[in-house]
Design a protein around this ligand. Sequence first.
Ligand code: 6GU
Length: 252
Amino acid sequence: MAYRFDILTLFPGLFSGLRQESLLGKALDAGTLDLQLHDWRRFTTDKHHTADDAPFGGGAGLLLKPDPVVACLQDLQTKQPFASPVLLLSPAGRLFRQQDAHAWAQGPGLTLLCGRYEGFDARVETSVDDVISIGDYVLNGGEVAAMVILEAVARLIPGVIGNAASLHDESHADGLLEYPQYTRPRTFAGQDVPDILLSGDHAKIAQWRRQQRLQRTRQRRPDLLVNATLSAQDAGFLAALDALGPPEPGRP
Ligand code: 6GU
């Protein structure tokens, strides 16, 4: 059975490029993934097909009316072969993380509600399982956020990425950023590939890569170190860095 994404959106055309993109497009063609778009404007009942309205209590902008989107969701749920988690996409949601992508990839699919304007009437929230944000910035709508979640989950579905091994030691899978990687040429823009990578000493290379991950995470994402699983050796390496002073700002 294909892993199924159901996306509720007033702008289904925004997703047409995804169908052509190489890995996702191939997985859709192969039947590994299924992507169904649902424009809930079909479920508006007035002659102008109104999807939005002014907020009670006043304020700028328009809100998405609850009745057509919930009617669309309920219609979809009677037709889905399996119940899938329903996520409302909003900058006011909890933060999306790699661990969520792994959890959702275990299920039969995902149902994503894309907001526009100033958001949904709050009563839509009783019809969803979670309210999700992709980061601390504001987008005009949930469609790009839905694409982010779709891509992060889809690449974890067996058969979507050709090389399952490349999923193993990547950034965020275990709470540390990825180590730097190099290919030819050996000198580029005055920068040499580190000698250790040419040494053939695989134990030394593994140790160097671990240290690079720790150093990079400390420099760029110190918040991640709080929850990372660290060995006594890792802790010792970080303590030695701390003894040299705080990370230099302004350097990547
Ligand atoms: Cl899920 N939606 C919107 N509109 N803005 C966002 C977001 C979602 N996540 C971060 N910013």
